[in-house]
Write a protein that binds this ligand. Structure first.
Ligand SMILES: C[S@@+](CC[C@H](N)C(=O)[O-])C[C@H]1O[C@@H](n2cnc3c(N)ncnc32)[C@H](O)[C@@H]1O
Length: 251
């Protein structure tokens, strides 16, 4: 993935300044209107550009598919590549089997014909295995920060849940240092163990309980810190955003 070319091409996807978040292609707004989800039309335009610039021999990886909005926008006119998505159907009210059917319906409509593999799995378990990703990952879309990766662009949202850029979008690049081992480092290994064996079961239990006992939702909102959804006030303000990460991994 040529991450520099990707970052340079970004502004051309928009009418007016990037911060205004108005994609030239109206189809992204149509996808966002039709498919329930969290990504804004502007974010779909960025993901779509990344997919369209993905070179042959590299894969696209998305973690957290929800009802399919990001995938449907990403794959509009996208080239024939390996696309992988991971969703564990345990959070954001995704406990019911109907969520799977709804996702399948949207993928049938927008994504048919692409080489897409959707894994119904916990990403922390699945991606620790060597086999699920058939090719080097050229684009990786995930809703978290990746400390230590090179920042290509930091698109700030003026406020949390902004209709143009949600809570901001970070474009990051990572290249494995030549000769570096493909093994997980010690700190990644123990963080992953905590995630898989403690946090994931606890989170699944909380979401299942909220689904069965909806009157607990206001209490849960008060108790759970929402730091990860917070952006600094004002475009261009200092401080970190916990937005959408999009990463080109050149190998
Ligand atoms: C913010 S939503 C994704 C929004 C989606 N990309 C869109 O465009 O609307 C995050 C999703 O990640 C899923 N998720 C959370 N933790 C996960 C995990 N460990 N493995 C796989 N999926 C996970 C949740 O179930 C949820 O559907």
């Amino acid at each position: 993935m040529d991450t520099a070319a990707f970052a340079a091409a970004l502004d051309g996807m928009f009418d007016g300044p990037l911060a205004d978040g108005v994609p030239r292609d109206a189809r992204f707004a149509a996808v966002a209107a039709e498919v329930p989800g969290f990504t804004t039309p502007a974010e779909l335009a960025v993901l779509n550009l990344a997919a369209r610039m993905l070179p042959a021999g590299e894969a696209y990886l998305e973690v957290g598919t929800f009802k399919g909005r990001s995938l449907c926008g990403t794959l509009l006119d996208a080239p024939d590549r390996s696309y992988l998505a991971v969703e564990n159907f345990q959070e954001f009210g995704m406990v019911a089997g109907s969520s799977r059917a709804e996702l399948a319906r949207h993928l049938d409509r927008y994504v048919a014909g692409h080489r897409l593999v959707l894994h119904d799995a916990d990403c922390f378990r699945l991606l620790a295995r060597p086999d699920p990703v058939p090719e080097p990952v050229g684009v990786y879309f995930y809703d978290r920060r990746h400390p230590g990766w090179t920042e290509l662009r930091d698109i700030r949202a003026p406020r949390d849940h902004d209709s143009r850029w949600a809570n901001g979008m970070l474009l990051l690049a990572y290249r494995r240092p030549p000769g570096a081992a493909h093994r997980m480092t010690g700190d990644v290994r123990w963080r992953r163990a905590v995630q898989v064996h403690l946090r994931a079961p606890a989170t699944a239990l909380v979401w299942r309980s909220l689904h069965r006992l909806p009157w607990l939702v206001p209490l849960a909102k008060r108790l759970v810190p929402k730091r990860s959804r917070t952006v600094p006030a004002g475009v261009g303000a200092d401080g970190s955003t916990a937005g959408v990460d999009l990463v080109g991994d050149e190998r």
